[in-house]
Design a protein around this ligand. Structure first.
Ligand SMILES: Nc1nc2c(ncn2[C@@H]2O[C@H](COP(=O)(O)OP(=O)(O)OP(=O)(O)O)[C@@H](O)[C@H]2O)c(=O)[nH]1
Ligand SMILES: [Mg+2]
Length: 492
């Protein structure tokens, strides 16, 4: 087993490499385990006692139509602790399951045609063969393994045809998909490299949406096992998908069009594609979107389930985002600077009065707190109090107060006769009820109603004489500095 694959498997299974081998009867499950242990486990076992014990426990396989494994078996029976390269230590165990029945197989019925009862580690009583296969497989996948191997065959050896294996394989895969455990389908074959076998593998991986590999199980090599384990690693869920985006995307408001489209796309994609093997599909989907210019996978760490993806965006996309923020199109550098300056001005005002806005909206009266820079310190003075002396430090600051005053304006045109006035009134009421906007823009005596009313309001605003405003300001200063909540009468 190559270092890399082994490290990944050990890391992903947190040091407990438990492989459940399930599938149809007579497909080569026991042969697979035997070969796997001989090639992969035994060479790593240093102590002779354990070595010989494991060898004795290797499962039996047999030829013909008669089912061989009639009760589930753990191999080795006790998990064996393996240490290699000093820093990698893990436990390894495989489970040989009772196979799902192929009807024409022999051994699952007694001679009198009744169902054969078999022993399992999960029930004290014997249970029917068929139940032992289904329940045992579920137990093994759920509680005793972190990697599943589904064994099936193309019918190139033994007594059964591909359609017979396929029927059972469909049932096993359906059952396994109910559990969220990574598994790989192995097509056991005497011709793993034949074009028709490759075609079958492609067809099955498409049909089931799982990783499929063709292996000549009794002759499989170390490289074959590595490939199988790599495929199994791809079936694990991605535990962390890191999207490396330009930093301006990170700081964008979630409400902005770009960021909300970005979030939606990423959520949809990661919701649909969850497994390590989907990393390239995720890349493909992101790449096809107009939100990014390029999407590159920079790292896939099978051991930790981490996928790193680098996303880049063109200047054009950046400019679109800027235009949305500024609220106008940026034709050239000059328009961009002009917009920025206008925003700078607006920011200055916002810095000055912004803190007053929430209260203004809530109570119609908001007070903006002065900043430290706005505070003006006067020259400290000597202070005499009786026979004792002190010092006086005085500072002042502008406190801006915003008041919302509701201004009313009326428009009272004389129309003519009572009927004419009533007719116009009815017309206006109809508009008011159905389409107030229309009424607002309707023309009376050649002018829009909204203009007439707005002129009325403006004239009231301008009608407050400057000296009244000054008096009001002086009064407010008195209230703030000395008023202490007392009543002050303003005489205009
Ligand atoms: N030529 C060839 N024969 C195989 C291969 N895999 C399994 N066989 C043969 O198929 C037969 C059944 O193999 P087993 O490993 O006993 O199958 P199993 O799935 O454990 O069967 P049960 O325990 O009866 O359910 C044996 O005779 C094996 O030698 C293979 O890859 N190539
Ligand atoms: Mg067997």
């Amino acid at each position: 087993m190559s270092d890399k694959v082994l490290r990944d498997v050990v890391s992903r299974t947190k040091g407990e490499v438990y492989i459940g081998v399930v599938g149809s009867v007579r497909s080569g499950k026991s042969s697979f385990i035997r070969r796997f242990v001989e090639k992969k486990v035994l060479p790593l076992v240093n102590d002779t006692y354990s070595y010989e014990k494991i060898q004795d426990e290797l499962p039996q396989s047999s030829e013909g139509k008669a089912i061989m494994t009639v009760e589930p078996k753990f191999i080795p029976s006790n998990t064996v602790k393996i240490t290699i390269e000093e820093d990698i230590s893990f436990q390894m165990r495989l489970v040989d399951c009772v196979g799902y029945i192929i009807p024409s197989a022999k051994g699952y019925l007694n001679e009198d045609g009744t169902t054969r009862l078999v022993q399992t580690p999960w029930f004290s009583d014997t249970i029917p063969f068929e139940d032992a296969a289904k329940l045992g497989t579920e137990k093994v996948i759920e509680s005793h393994s972190n990697i599943g191997v589904v064994m099936s065959s193309d019918g190139s050896f033994g007594e059964f045809t591909r359609p017979e294996y396929e029927k059972v394989e469909e049932l096993v895969i359906e059952d396994l998909k109910k559990h969220n455990k990574p598994f790989v389908l192995v097509i056991n074959t005497t011709k793993p490299n034949a074009p028709e076998t490759k075609e079958l593998v492609d067809q099955l991986s498409e049909k089931y949406g799982v990783s499929v590999i063709a292996l000549d199980v009794v002759n499989m090599s170390e490289t074959d096992i590595d490939t199988l384990l790599k495929l199994a690693m791809d079936e694990f869920d991605i535990s962390e998908l890191n999207l490396e985006v330009p930093n301006w995307v990170n700081v964008l408001d979630d409400q902005s069009t770009y960021k909300s489209q970005f979030n939606q796309l990423v959520n949809e994609t990661t919701g649909t594609f969850r497994k390590m093997k989907d990393a390239f599909r995720i890349q493909e989907v992101l790449k096809n979107s107009e939100l990014f210019t390029d999407v590159a996978i920079t790292d896939i760490d099978s051991g930790n389930g981490v996928v790193n993806v680098d996303v880049s965006c063109s200047d054009e996309i950046y400019n679109q985002v800027l235009e949305e923020i500024l609220g106008e199109s940026i034709e050239d550098k000059a328009t961009f600077i002009t917009s920025l300056q206008a925003l700078q001005q607006a920011k200055h005002t916002a810095d000055l009065v912004g803190s007053a806005i929430p209260k203004l909206e809530q109570l119609g009266y908001g007070i903006a707190l002065p900043s430290v820079e706005q505070m003006k310190l006067e020259t400290p003075e000597l202070l005499k109090e009786g026979s004792r002396y002190g010092i006086k430090v005085k500072a002042s600051a502008p406190m801006i107060q915003l008041i919302q005053v509701n201004v009313t304006s009326t428009f009272e045109p004389i129309i003519g006769s009572k009927e004419q006035a009533e007719e116009l009134l009815q017309h206006m009421i109809d508009d008011y009820e159905t389409d107030p906007e229309k009424l607002w823009n309707s023309e009376i005596f050649g002018r829009k109603l909204c203009d007439v009313i707005s002129d009325g309001i403006k004239s009231k605003t301008n009608a407050i004489p400057d000296q009244v405003l000054e008096k009001f300001k002086a009064t407010m200063e008195k209230i703030v500095n000395y008023g202490k909540g007392g009543l002050i009468a303003i005489v205009l």
